[in-house]
Design a protein around this ligand. Structure first.
Ligand code: GDP
Ligand code: IMO
Ligand code: MG
Length: 498
């Protein structure tokens, strides 16, 4: 790793400028060599962060991506902003142990809100009509309980009486909702392995209160007790002491509850402010933000507007129809090359997805694929800052031309927007986060010739193809940002520091 970029930094953050899955896990793992503390502050097990070390793949959901450095004494922290699901963490620790990695230096915030089985059920049940396409990890229902002051916390795991008392109160209102559910649908959801095949539910009492209390306050509590801490205090102190701190973002700014594309969002602020707060720090404490940006394409998993999607609505519907990686391999592997050069954008999208292995690390879903959108990127940079880390740039090698979106043309009905009239046919240069507008935005593109050279082994910026560097200059000029890091493959060493 090039040390200059980090030489004068103490707190750095990895944040996604798009809709997630941009390679945050890879960057965090790489930067963990430098850091003393690696801290997650937002989201929960909806995240899927993939790390590849010597061809071996790890996919983490809740545990910070610095965990592979636990044996070097690096401290991994699950901060106060995280939607904490004890079952998932215990599974992750178990998988690490099976791989010969013991977890010693993990800290879990005593203040993190606790995911309970009914959150998973509500999430899956309510995401059927007007579908967002959630990950089904209970995130929305848990954060809803948090803001309506009905959530339990990690600290409650340690106090069975308090846990019981709170759950008794909260569970009554849950029973009313559960009672009104379509039983057949609910039972089908309950049979899912994440809900332990209905273990916590019971035909007569609906939620099996005793089983929840037992498992959470005995088994989970016993396993996790050694890790539970006031992590905000620890992280603040570490900063005072001069330790190096790496904040690991989850999701992406365009999914943020505060900044994302309305309705089709997650339920925490996964941009820099939310991340810092969820880690126990402030945004001003962060010395440098790695604004992770997939290039020169981008992806979105789940529903919602995506102006530059290759194949548009057809692609959104196709990806929503339970296509899997296996289906695509069976159907298209023999014509991948032809599809990559196809003039049909829907086909090209499938080929880029296959080339980039764009299938969800958490749900296995096909990720929707589109061209890089600079209107959206500029918006995210206003929130997260000017420093960009481009990832997955190797995926488009061999394409004749690369399209980059610079503006939108509004094609919807005339409406009022931010106190002004938005007319059909008008040009939009500033990202409107309202989905009803974005769904009616047609991208305007600038086209660039591609490159054919294999770039996956290049170590120095100067050795990248000229056509590639022209696109880099264009993005920097257009956004006013600085592309400081370029990732040319999933492995640690496939990273160029400029
Ligand atoms: P995250 O959620 O942001 O951590 O990203 P994911 O792990 O969900 O998805 C990123 C995927 O791209 C993972 O499979 C990574 O191993 C892989 N990846 C990361 N950086 C690169 C890169 O530069 N090139 C390629 N080809 N793959 C990458
Ligand atoms: P990482 O950290 C990509 C998306 C879901 C859905 C919406 C709401 O791996 O980048 P939720 O389960 O959070 O209520 O789902 O947000 N989503 C992600 N998309 N990467 C993620 O995390 C995501 N986490 C949530 O697909 O559209
Ligand atoms: Mg991911």
């Amino acid at each position: 790793m090039k040390k200059e970029l980090l030489a004068d930094k103490q707190v750095v953050a990895v944040v996604c400028n798009q809709w997630g899955d941009t390679g945050k896990g890879k960057l965090v793992d790489l930067l963990s060599e430098w850091a003393d503390y690696i801290v997650r502050g937002t989201g929960g097990a909806n995240a899927g962060h993939t790390i590849v070390v010597n061809d071996k793949k790890f996919a983490f959901h809740l545990i910070p991506s610095g965990i592979l450095y636990d044996n070097l004494g690096k401290i991994n922290v699950i901060g106060r902003g995280v939607a904490f699901d004890p079952k998932i963490l215990i599974e992750e620790i178990y998988i690490l142990e099976k791989n010969g990695l013991q977890v010693h230096n993990l800290l879990i915030s005593h203040e993190a809100p606790l995911v309970l089985p009914y959150h998973l059920l509500f999430d899956r049940y309510s995401d059927r009509s007007e579908k967002v396409g959630t990950t089904g990890r209970g995130i929305g229902p848990l954060y809803s309980d948090y803001v309506s002051r009905n959530s339990l916390f990690v600290n409650d795991l340690l106090n069975p009486e308090i846990f019981k008392e709170k759950l008794t109160k909260y569970v009554e209102s849950k029973r009313i909702i559960l009672n009104s559910m379509n039983k057949e649908v609910a039972e089908k959801i309950l049979s899912h392995k994440h809900l332990l095949n209905g273990f916590f539910f019971n035909k007569d009492t609906i939620i099996d209160f005793d089983k929840v209390v037992d498992l959470y306050t005995k088994e989970y509590s016993e396993k996790l007790r050694p890790f539970i801490e006031n992590t905000s205090k620890v992280v603040k102190q570490a900063r005072k002491n001069g330790s190096k701190i790496l904040l690991e973002g989850a999701q992406g700014t365009l999914l943020s509850i505060d900044y994302g594309t309305t309705k089709y969002q997650t339920s925490s602020d996964c941009a820099i402010e939310g991340l810092a707060k969820g880690c126990g720090l402030k945004e001003k404490d962060v010395d440098y933000v790695f604004g992770i940006t997939k290039a020169f394409f981008m992806t979105r998993v789940g529903n919602g507007p995506f102006p530059t999607e290759l194949g548009g609505k057809k692609s959104e519907e196709y990806c929503d129809s339970s296509q899997t990686k296996n289906d695509e391999e069976t159907n298209y592997a023999n014509k991948l090359e032809e599809m990559l050069h196809s003039n049909d954008e829907f086909e090209k999208g499938i080929a880029i997805r296959m080339q980039g292995n764009e299938y969800g690390a958490t749900t296995g879903r096909t990720r929707r694929v589109g061209w890089l959108d600079l209107v959206a990127l500029k918006y995210a940079m206003q929130i997260n800052g000017p420093n960009l880390t481009l990832t997955k740039v190797d995926v488009l090698t061999g394409l004749d031309k690369i399209k980059i979106c610079t503006d939108y043309t509004y094609q919807g009905k005339e409406i009022d927007y931010a106190g002004r009239s938005l007319k059909t046919g008008s040009t939009i240069k500033e990202f409107p986060r309202f989905s009803e507008i974005l769904y009616n935005c047609e991208p305007v593109y600038e086209e660039f010739p591609g490159w054919t050279e294999d770039i996956t082994k290049i170590k120095n910026y100067g050795n990248l193809p000229e056509n590639f560097k022209k696109i880099i200059s264009f993005i920097e000029e257009y956004t006013g940002g600085s592309i400081d890091v370029i990732s040319v493959g999933p492995e640690r060493e496939q990273t160029i520091f400029r």
